[in-house]
Design a protein around this ligand. Structure first.
Ligand code: PNS
Length: 169
């Protein structure tokens, strides 16, 4: 069975990678889908995010990377997929995600589809990692050459290098 793991992935972190691999192992096949959101100003363009993700998952034969615009329920229908994967780092994620799961289910029903959201709890050692904190730390620490090792624990090497390119003086 195939599932979609949607997100902004701006940029992909070690937390995302763990959720993607654990869910792909159970589902059989996973599409990591980057949202192209015209209302947000990301650090990495959609094509940069897709290419970082493709690099990260280049050896995972059960994971493919794609991008989409518009409603996730429509994208799921276009791929004939009935399962969405989301990672949960703590109670606030569950509170935030619950209405999305209900909306996606109802939107899919309107398209005569079934669409369920499965939650994967983040590994405790990775639950503190978010793309937004990674970007904040990178923005301050990379120009001053500090905290390299701490950043390296949160993101894969290719993303670490890409952050250095964005934030080097
Ligand atoms: O990584 P993020 O930013 O938490 O991911 C949020 C995402 C992309 C999963 C969510 O914003 C999304 O699916 N957006 C697509 C538009 C849509 O379908 N909105 C929800 C209808 S309820």
């Amino acid at each position: 069975m195939s599932a979609i793991y949607p997100g902004s992935f701006d940029p992909v972190t070690n937390g995302h990678i763990d959720i993607a691999r654990r869910s792909a192992r159970i589902m059989g096949h996973l599409i990591v889908a980057v949202l192209d959101n015209p209302h947000k100003k990301p650090l990495f363009s959609v094509s940069e995010r897709v290419s970082l993700l493709r690099d990260v998952f280049s050896r995972d034969s059960n994971i493919e990377v794609d991008s989409f615009t518009g409603l996730l329920a429509n994208y799921a229908q276009s791929k004939n997929i009935q399962v969405i994967i989301r990672g949960i780092r703590g109670p606030e994620d569950l509170v935030k995600e619950t209405p999305y799961a209900v909306w996606n289910n109802q939107l899919a029903k309107g398209l005569a589809q079934s669409l369920e959201t499965l939650y994967f709890t983040a590994k405790p050692t990775l639950a503190h990692i978010s793309s937004s904190i990674v970007k904040e730390v990178a923005a301050y620490s990379i120009p001053s050459g500090q905290h390299d090792a701490v950043l390296a624990q949160a993101v894969p090497p290719t993303v670490h290098e890409a952050l250095k390119v964005k934030f080097s003086k």
